[in-house]
Design a protein around this ligand. Structure first.
Ligand code: FAD
Length: 394
């Protein structure tokens, strides 16, 4: 005889576990299936092992989606503060690192333990190393067949299997396959929050800069992010680049403003007044990392001794540092992307419950939906919020 549950949740990640907690607490019988060995593997590795579990400033403007209004309901009904309250109830120590980003003091595992203990208290059952062979509609709900061949009956199915990012960690396209099977529209997926690569010529020129980090503003059209920029042996990385990567498309140019809080042309003029004998490169090295100063100075053969330079030369040097146009060749792709842009078209889902409008009883939550947050705790907050409102509706 097939086992029966009110709810089967596919995926024991951030969204699936939160949903299980809410649905279980409301008296639903809940089974969570995951093909991985452990729950919340992405939580475990997130934020350098300390999990940036939310952002105190999380609001709809921090999310990319074809429908920017879609996130409003879930974020309002389960906010960053709601998750912070949960973390506090479990006595987990945390701190704000920067820009509203909250990290565990000790370990991301504290968050996983918290979710597991809440699931247990809510009576939700977790079965690991159990993949999904098929999901079919039945007379009064759904039939889920596991990779082990067991058939499970459920009144509702919640798809929480995440996006395509980091296949090595077990990411699959299952959510998109299920959506397609039930006739739901998808927004094309792309890697997001991902380092950008450069063509071999430019990469060779920038090779000496590998390992250098500078404060920068990276611009793409009207979008700009002010955070660190990191030069790597593959191209450009660091939070500012990861942020802009979610907006960047193949062929687009980005503009890099290094040291955006300074006016480098004015700094050079002041240095000329103070010490005309100084070389431009030396003056720049007081503002920028030495190798970066050398790189920019070498682009301007006329920029030698400060006293010999006109204001025009300083303006040109400053522009190359503070409006440096680069056309990235590509991105590192799903291999290193922190998130997947696109996914289940939000027009197919009810924003208050995450239920598929055309398939009652079928729900999609978390990263598989066409909602992607900025870097900084926003993606977990979407997982918590969408998981919670779904659990309330089940
Ligand atoms: P996931 O957490 O990916 O969970 C999906 C679950 O489904 C997994 O357990 C997976 O094993 C399971 N699954 C997949 N396919 C199948 C299948 N076919 N059968 C059965 N089970 C399946 N976001 C932040 O907000 N802050 C951070 O600090 C942060 N750091 C990150 C660091 C890295 C390296 C990465 C990759 C991501 C990071 N993110 C961070 C993004 C965040 O991890 C995701 O947005 C979030 O985990 C999405 O939650 P989810 O529950 O939708 O999916």
């Amino acid at each position: 005889l097939a086992r029966k549950f009110d709810v089967v949740i596919l995926g024991a990640g951030a969204a699936g576990m939160m949903c299980a907690i809410r649905a279980g607490a409301r008296g639903r019988s809940v089974l969570v299936l995951d093909h991985a060995k452990g729950p919340g593997e992405k939580i475990r590795i997130s934020g350098g092992g300390r999990c940036n579990f939310t952002n105190i400033h999380a609001s709809p403007k921090n999310y990319l989606s074809s429908n920017p209004h879609f996130v409003k309901s879930a974020l309002a009904r389960y906010s960053a503060q709601d998750f912070i309250d949960l973390v506090n109830r479990h006595g987990i120590a945390f701190q704000e690192k920067t820009l509203g980003q909250l990290f565990c003091d000790d370990s991301a595992k504290d968050i996983i333990r918290m979710l597991l203990s809440e699931m247990q208290a809510a009576g939700a059952k977790l079965e690991l190393q159990s993949g999904v062979a098929s999901v079919e509609k039945s007379a009064d709900g759904f039939r889920v067949v596991t990779s082990g061949g067991e058939t499970i009956e459920a009144r509702s199915v919640v798809v929480a299997t995440g996006g395509k990012s980091i296949p090595k960690m077990g990411a699959t396209g299952l959510a998109y396959d299920i959506a397609r099977q039930f006739g739901l529209k998808l927004i094309e997926t792309r890697p997001g929050l991902v380092p950008l690569t450069l063509d071999p010529n430019l990469l060779e020129k920038l090779a000496p800069l590998s390992g250098i980090a500078v404060p920068a503003e990276i611009r793409h059209g009207k979008t700009a992010f002010r955070e660190a920029l990191l030069f790597t042996h593959r191209g450009l990385s660091g939070p500012a680049i990861l942020q802009i990567s979610s907006y960047w498309r193949e062929g687009d140019e980005i503009s890099i403003v290094s040291e955006p809080d300074r006016r480098i042309a004015d700094d050079l003029k002041a240095a000329r007044k103070a010490n005309g004998k100084q070389l431009v490169q030396t003056a720049l090295a007081e503002i920028l990392p030495k190798r970066l100063a050398q790189f920019f100075a070498e682009k301007h053969p006329a920029a030698t001794k400060l006293a010999d330079c006109s204001d025009k030369i300083f303006d040109a040097v400053a522009a190359s540092i503070q409006d440096w146009r680069i056309r990235p060749a590509g991105s590192e792709g799903y291999r290193t992307a922190e998130v997947t842009l696109g996914g289940i078209d939000t027009s197919e889902l009810e924003s208050k419950t995450m239920q598929a409008k055309s398939v009652p009883g079928l729900y999609f939550i978390g990263e598989c939906v066409d909602v992607t947050g900025w870097l900084g705790g926003y993606n977990f907050q979407w997982a918590w919020s969408s998981g919670h409102v779904c659990g309330e509706a089940l």
